[in-house]
Structures are given as structure tokens and as C-alpha cells.
Design a binder for this molecule. Structure first.
Ligand code: T4K
Length: 381
């Protein structure tokens, strides 16, 4: 088996999908010809239209990144006090709230889909709770019906961090249409990227108008500021990348799907390794190949397996270890929240993300599976 790979040949989680490079280059020429680089240029406007059409949503406002998108959305929705969210997420979800002066209240997750467990939400609601923020982890949608039912009953707002879920559906409906709004990340590592970027999708026109103001310093028109605002604008170059990515979107899904099937076969029969799956009927982006390592059955810890993969040039990642509740500032600010999330802790100790996306070939997938097979005792060949 191959063991040495050059830095360039390293198999990374999160290698960007490229989009149509020729389309991108033409659009870059257009940006230079126009001499219009940012502030709601023609490419951002075109990108916004494409996003709305694709998602079937009334508004989808491009922003500079997903984190600022979450902050703007939380602010525009008037969230205050406490918001309930999972700790099994990228730390940006919690930071966006804390940055807005809101206390993140961490809810345990459902081990079946790794998303917030609706049955644990009610007991966390206090008179300071203003909202529930679900996160569609790995692009597997939250139980939106159950979350909405609780919110309606307890008079709370629902919003979603949809950073992973561009191109995914829930009950036949595109993600982007749930809750009061949903926030996508178009970071380089995401299924669909604009280098850095994001978008806030909502069917609420009034909310959209507020978000448009807030992402542009509160300007209603030249010289007229009517609202508190920030700089959340997406530049033209990022919109160009988004438009180029639309051209290759279906291709990326089929490559991801092909890689996933190859992993499914390659990992089959390895004791204690469970590949998390996606709903075969719903539309998914298949962007994440995630395994759970059950040390009792593999005989090796998740950490050992990760180190072994790293030594063999596979940069697997243990997202979202150790969980937001065990990161600063949350473990210092809210120490009572560190020991009450057993399912989250269990998962944080088990999960390993493996490389996929358009940079990863079938041969690469077979290589990764072989590296794993070699390290887990008792694997049938
Ligand atoms: N909510 C959720 C649930 C999220 O997952 C995220 C972002 C957000 C909110 C916030 O959205 P943004 O504000 O980012 O739009 C990475 C990403 O920076 C972050 O966007 C992403 N989640 C998170 C899950 O992963 P790091 O700190 O792990 O990145 P880094 O530099 O270690 O890179 C990850 C892997 O990607 C490496 O294996 C290298 C590879 N990579 C990365 C870049 C940037 C490349 O091959 N090429 C590249 O250009 O956070």
C-alpha cells in the first residue's frame, strides 16, 4: 500500500469544489470591464435571482460569510435573552449569538441524525428564551415539524443554521424555506462555494427588507441611514464564483454520491465503523462522508485512527470536537452547561470526517478505506 504522498497529494477534508472555471474567468473579465467590485453590483443581483429560483424562496440575500449572516439574521429577528441550539455544531453558530449579546443554551442531540433533539427543547425554555436555532448538520435536515410545533406552542421564533444544507430537501421542500429564515455558508469548504460567502433565505418580505438594510450599514438610499447596520455585503468576485458553481452543481452532487457509494462498499465489514447515511428519497448534496468509530468494537480509539490516517496523508477531521459547550468562552461563562449533554459528548468522541468532493477520485476513496482497514484489527478482507 502507498504510504508517502506529497503535500499536494494529501487527501484533505474540505478541498473546494471548483465550479466552471471558464465561466468564472469570463465573469472576472466582466467585473474589470464594469469597474464595479462590490455594493450590490450586477453579478450579486444576478446571483440573488439564481439563488431564489433554485431554492424556490422569495428572498435569498447574499452576504459576506455565514457567520455574519447568522448575526444579521439574529439581529433582524430581534432575538434577545437566550436561544436554544445544539453544541454539536461549528463554533460559529454559538459565536454569532454570543456576539449579539444572546446566551446560547445548548440542547442535546439526536444520535440518529446528529441534529438537535426536539424532545429535549421544552425543558430548556425559560422566560428569557426568544428562539430555537436548529442546525442541519451534514446537510441532514432537522425535524422541522417538531421544532415548529414547540415554537408555536411556546411563542418562540425559529431560525436555522443551514451552513451545510445548500441543495438539500426536507419533505420535498428545499432547505431555505423553513423557520423565519435560514442561513447558508458558501465558504470554500462547502458543497457550493463563493470563496467566502453566505446567504440568508426567507419568505418573509418584511424581514428581508430589514436584512438588506442591515447588511449595508442601514442605508435606505444615498446619504440616508435609517437603521443600525454593519458591512455584510458580498463582493462581485464572490458572486462570480457562485454563478460558476451553479454550472457544476449537478456534477458535484453525482461525484459526491459516487464517492459515498464507494466508501459504503470500502468500509463495509470493518467492525465498529459506521458510515452515516442520507435519506435516499430526499434530495441531498452528499457533501459529507462521516464515520462513527465505536472503540469498543474497533479496538482502536478515534484519535488513534485519525493519527494513523494523518500519517498516511489523509487529513481526516474530528468535527465538531469537543463541542461548543467545552470551548471558550462557553465553558467559562456557562460551566453548568458542560456536563449535561451526554449524547453530544458521545458523538464528539466518535465522529471522523473523511475526504470527498470533486477533488477526490475513486482511487483516493479506495486508498482511504484501505488505510482504515489496515488499522482496525479483525477486519475481514
Ligand atoms: N455554521 C456551521 C454549521 C458551519 O459549519 C460553519 C462553517 C458556519 C456556521 C460559519 O460559516 P462561515 O462563516 O465559515 O461561512 C472550516 C471552515 O472555515 C468553516 O467555514 C466551516 N464551517 C468549518 C466546518 O470548517 P476550519 O477552521 O476547520 O478550516 P480549515 O482551515 O482547517 O480547513 C478545513 C479543511 O479544508 C482542511 O482540510 C483544508 C481544506 N481547505 C480549506 C480551505 C479554506 C482546502 O483544501 N482549501 C481551502 O481553500 O473551518
Amino acid at each position: 500500500m502507498e504510504t508517502e504522498r506529497s503535500q499536494k497529494e494529501m487527501l484533505h477534508v474540505g478541498r473546494p469544489n471548483l465550479g466552471d472555471v471558464d465561466v468564472f474567468k469570463q465573469l472576472v473579465d466582466q467585473i474589470f470591464e464594469n469597474r464595479w467590485f462590490t455594493n450590490s453590483g450586477e453579478l450579486v443581483r444576478e446571483f440573488e435571482t439564481r439563488l431564489c429560483e433554485y431554492l424556490g424562496v422569495r428572498n435569498c440575500i447574499p452576504v459576506c460569510n455565514g457567520t455574519v449572516g447568522l448575526q444579521i439574521a439574529a439581529h433582524a429577528l430581534g432575538l434577545t435573552g437566550e436561544v436554544i441550539l445544539p453544541a454539536f455544531t461549528f463554533v460559529a453558530t454559538a459565536h454569532a449569538l454570543q456576539w449579539e449579546g444572546i446566551k446560547p443554551v445548548f440542547c442535546d442531540i439526536n444520535v440518529d441524525n446528529h441534529d438537535i433533539d426536539p424532545s429535549k427543547i421544552d425543558s430548556l425554555i425559560t422566560d428569557r428564551t426568544s428562539a430555537i436555532m436548529g442546525v442541519h448538520i451534514w446537510g441532514r435536515p432537522c425535524n422541522t415539524d417538531a421544532i415548529q410545533e414547540i415554537a408555536d406552542r411556546r411563542d418562540l421564533i425559529v431560525m436555522y443554521d443551514a451552513a451545510h444544507a445548500f441543495g438539500c430537501k426536507q419533505q420535498g421542500q428545499m432547505i431555505g424555506n423553513f423557520g423565519r429564515c435560514e442561513v447558508f455558508s458558501f465558504h470554500a469548504t462547502k458543497f457550493f462555494n463563493t470563496f467566502e460567502g453566505g446567504a440568508i433565505a426567507t419568505n418573509d418580505d418584511e424581514l428581508a427588507a430589514k436584512i438588506r438594510l442591515m447588511k449595508n450599514f442601514g442605508f435606505a438610499r444615498m446619504d440616508e441611514v435609517i437603521h443600525l447596520g454593519t458591512n455584510g455585503k458580498m463582493p462581485e468576485i464572490c458572486a462570480a464564483m457562485g454563478l460558476a458553481c451553479f454550472e457544476k452543481l449537478d456534477e458535484v452532487v453525482s461525484t459526491n454520491r459516487r464517492n459515498f457509494e464507494e466508501y459504503r462498499q470500502g468500509l463495509d465489514g470493518i467492525p465498529g465503523i459506521r458510515l452515516i447515511s442520507f435519506d435516499e428519497i430526499e434530495m441531498a448534496n452528499w457533501q459529507y462522508v462521516v464515520i462513527e468509530v465505536d472503540q469498543g468494537r474497533t479496538g482502536v480509539s478515534r484519535y488513534d485512527l485519525m493519527q494513523h490516517l494523518h500519517k498516511n496523508s489523509v487529513r481526516a477531521r474530528r468535527y465538531f470536537y469537543p463541542g461548543c459547550h467545552r470551548m471558550e468562552p462557553y465553558c467559562s461563562l456557562y460551566p453548568d452547561q458542560t456536563s449535561v449533554l451526554p449524547r453530544t459528548d458521545e458523538l464528539c468522541d466518535r465522529v471522523l470526517e473523511l475526504p470527498t468532493g470533486s477533488a477526490i477520485s475513486i482511487a483516493d476513496v479506495n486508498y482511504v478505506c484501505e488505510v482504515i482497514r489496515q488499522h482496525v484489527p479483525g477486519t475481514s478482507s
